[in-house]
Design a protein around this ligand. Structure first.
Ligand SMILES: [Zn+2]
Length: 485
């Protein structure tokens, strides 16, 4: 007999550190451009190359975007914050230190609700702090056979690091946090928040403890997660690994782990020498950052409607479900498009159905985004109005829509040109009904004898005869009239 002791009930504890590249035209302390994809080391100058005597000058736009980020996350923005040197040696860090913020960050004590999207109870994750810093360069290992190359284009790119409280309890919550955060970054326009281009980078601090315990367990840090699904999966794998170690009576070793998406496992990173003692001190080249109260108030007042508020409003205004509101607000461009169509049509529900169905399917198939979508909202609204008033059938509307996405013009003109308008003229419809009636004597007799399901068969035959253009509602009425007459 095996032991009957129940397995301990372990609880997952996760905090996330998210590095966000701010959407400035130039770097945080020099005028070099921040374009992604420039030739290696093209976007550099004495400041970001750390040549002797070069002095940093803080980019005001980066400060504005950092403040906007912090306010959108309901943080307290501090009037005074301090830039500090974080000292470590690494080949892609030319100064030998990174300018960051340490004990006086620009913002603290925010919150992010990750529960409302699913229409469930609020689930609030605390934000410990948000601080500004410069990015490091990149070590390029795959460009030359046996050499590591250094590209300093990214060195000095402005970042905000957003550190959460260890409030996250499941891998799915971690993913939801990333998704909600990305939405806010996109809605406020502070970042491209593009994980593939590295403008959004997520590290996870993971520990486990017995459920009910209050002390935190020893944590590991997972890096190198390149997608939100990767974040979710990596945390799930690390949770299992830590539970198994504790079950086996082994201790958790505090270490940095790299997520290997191909092998679906975590492995220890090579340690950065001296990475445990950064010897922070205030940067003597940069004075404390002092923000005017009026500036903070202005930024707060100019925040756009944030996604959570927009979802709530859209549910009330357009009678869409919480799920639909969640899909339609996934990006600001999509939400704007939906609202423009709904306004032009004067009806939210068909606009929601079409955008969640045909429009998203088209974007998905074409591998494109709403920003490049060729159909103006007014044209989609015109098409839906044609469906609503019975001018075109739903299936014809799909064919018209396909042509609209190719830039072939307004829906009414396409319908006319392609002969896709519904025939509601009784003269033509009665003739088709009579022809079908004569061509299907057996079905007609059985229908007349009360076999009601044959009505659909005959309506289908009329539709087929009309090339799909007959108005099915009117065909139904005519067949019913034929039966009773
Ligand atoms: Zn520079």
């Amino acid at each position: 007999m095996s032991a009957t002791r129940p397995a301990p009930d372990y609880e997952l504890v996760v905090g996330l550190e998210v590095h966000v590249q701010l959407r400035t035209r130039t770097k945080i302390f020099c005028p070099c451009p921040t374009d992604f994809g420039a030739p290696p080391n093209a976007n550099t100058c004495p400041v970001c190359l750390a040549l002797p005597g070069a002095l940093p000058v803080l980019n005001a736009h980066a400060v504005q975007l950092a403040v906007r980020t912090a306010l959108a996350l309901e943080c307290t923005v501090h009037r005074t914050s301090v830039f500090a040197r974080k000292n470590y040696f690494y080949p892609d860090l030319p100064k030998g230190y990174q300018i960051s913020q340490f004990d006086q960050p620009i913002a603290t004590a925010g919150r992010l609700d990750i529960g409302e999207a699913a229409g469930g109870a609020p689930r609030v994750i605390g934000i410990t702090r948000a601080h500004m810093e410069e990015d490091a360069g990149k070590s390029v290992h795959d460009r030359f056979p046996s050499v590591t190359a250094i590209d300093l284009n990214r060195a000095g790119t402005p970042l905000v690091e957003i550190v959460s409280e260890p409030d996250i309890r499941t891998p799915a919550e971690a993913r939801a946090y990333c998704g909600r955060l990305k939405e806010i970054l996109e809605y406020t326009g502070v970042s491209d928040a593009n994980m593939e281009e590295g403008s959004l980078r997520v590290d996870a601090n993971v520990s486990v403890r017995l459920r009910g315990a209050t002390a935190l367990g020893t944590k590991t840090e997972i890096k190198n997660m390149n997608s939100f699904s990767g974040v979710e999966r990596a945390i799930a794998v690390e949770f299992e690994r830590q539970c198994a170690r504790l079950e086996a009576g082994e201790a958790i070793v505090q270490q940095t782990l790299l997520w290997d998406a191909t092998r679906q496992e975590v492995r220890p990173a090579r340690s950065k020498e001296g990475s445990h003692d950064y010897r922070y001190f205030p940067d003597p080249d940069l004075p404390p950052l002092i923000l005017d109260a009026a500036f903070i108030a202005h930024e707060r007042a100019s925040l756009p409607e944030l996604p959570a508020a927009r979802r709530t409003r859209m549910q009330a205004q357009y009678a869409v479900s919480p799920y639909e509101a969640g899909v339609l607000t996934a990006s600001r461009a999509l939400a704007d498009y939906f609202e423009a169509v709904a306004a032009a049509l004067g009806d939210g529900k068909p606009a929601a159905n079409w955008i969640m169905g045909e429009v998203l399917a088209h974007l998905n198939n074409a591998g494109t985004t709403m920003a490049e979508f060729a159909v103006p909202p007014a044209d989609l609204a015109s098409l839906l109005a044609l469906v609503r008033d019975g001018t075109v059938s739903n299936s014809a509307a799909k064919r018209i829509f396909a042509r609209m996405t190719q830039g072939e013009g307004a829906p009414a003109a396409i319908a006319e040109r392609e002969g896709l308008t519904q025939v509601r003229d009784d003269g033509a419809l009665v003739a088709w009904v009579d022809e079908v009636w004569a061509a299907h004597p057996d079905e007609a007799t059985r229908l007349a004898a009360g076999e009601k399901k044959l009505l659909g068969v005959l309506v289908g035959a009329v539709m087929k005869r009309s090339g799909g253009r007959a108005d099915p509602r009117r065909v139904n009425q005519l067949l019913a009239a034929k039966l009773s007459g």
